[in-house]
Design a protein around this ligand. Structure first.
Ligand SMILES: N[C@@H](CCC(=O)N[C@@H](CS)C(=O)NCC(=O)O)C(=O)O
Length: 255
């Protein structure tokens, strides 16, 4: 198998952990290294990672890749067998992919992209308020359980990359009010699959100067635009477009 990956992408990290969880062998290509953009375009018209190639088959979009892996390689499942719990696990995965990702990535641009401006006034506060509600819901669902739905599922794989980055982005969960989240993250950190993910991410960030990422223009896709517009930053976003700091995804027409 071949994975178009990137050490900075929470979605690629999710897929890589799923492959490790199932003990599958794979090669990786850093799809967001600018020298590999042409190859990534050939694999995914949206020019996004992750993309998984399994023999002749190509699968895009992290949730679809995880669903494919679970169907094709059912050993060490990524989903609970109970239908109601599957629905819940998928709901947290979706929330992580579409909402938590949007909030954290939208406030991260001033820490890694090449920007001359300051973060717009109030953006971090809006992110903190929204994340607070998400943390409260996660705390409620974890209660005193070891894992959200009995064992590690796609929900854990999706949430872990985001929640371990949230502290350094200035939106940590509360040590007092979110004790179950704290214990759960600590527990996940001791698992070899999650440990390997953190080590890869750390190595990537240590060598970020050589990662050859696009840092002048931001790749904006739907969910991340939705959050920034819904929180009232439409003028700022329009300026980004007018000043040519936006890269748009391709149409992603199925092959
Ligand atoms: N819905 C997609 C989202 C993937 C995504 O947003 N990938 C980002 C990296 S986190 C990407 O490749 N962006 C292109 C770029 O930054 O050039 C998935 O779940 O796989």
């Amino acid at each position: 198998m071949k994975l178009y990956d990137n050490g900075f992408s929470p979605f690629a990290r999710k897929v890589r952990m799923a492959l490790d969880w199932k003990g599958l062998e794979y090669d990786v290509v850093d799809g967001l290294n600018k020298k590999n953009h042409g190859e990534l375009l050939g694999a995914n018209q949206r020019i996004e990672v992750p993309v998984l190639e399994d023999g002749e088959l190509r699968v895009v979009n992290s949730a679809d890749i995880l669903a494919y892996l679970d169907h094709r390689y059912p050993e060490d499942p990524l989903m609970p067998s109970d239908p109601a719990l599957r629905v819940k696990a998928r709901a947290w995965e979706r929330c992580s992919d579409t909402v938590i990702d949007a909030i954290l990535v939208d406030i991260s641009y001033w820490s890694w992209a090449n920007r001359k401006d300051k973060q717009p006034e109030g953006l971090l506060k809006a992110a903190q308020a929204d994340m607070e509600r998400l943390y409260d819901a996660l705390e409620r669902d974890l209660a005193d359980k070891d894992y959200l739905y009995g064992t590690i599922t796609t929900a854990e794989l999706a949430l872990f990359p985001h929640l371990t980055a949230a502290h350094s982005l200035g939106i940590p969960f509360s040590r007092d009010r979110h004790g179950a989240i704290g214990k759960w993250i600590k527990r996940l950190r001791t698992h070899p699959v999650f440990q390997a993910d953190l080590e890869r991410t750390k190595a990537f960030l240590t060598n970020i100067d050589t990662a050859n990422l696009e840092t002048d223009r931001i790749f904006w896709r739907g969910d991340r635009i939705e959050w920034v517009l819904a929180r009232g930053y439409h003028d700022w976003f329009m300026k980004e477009i007018k000043e040519d700091r936006v890269i748009w995804p391709g149409l992603g027409i199925p092959e």
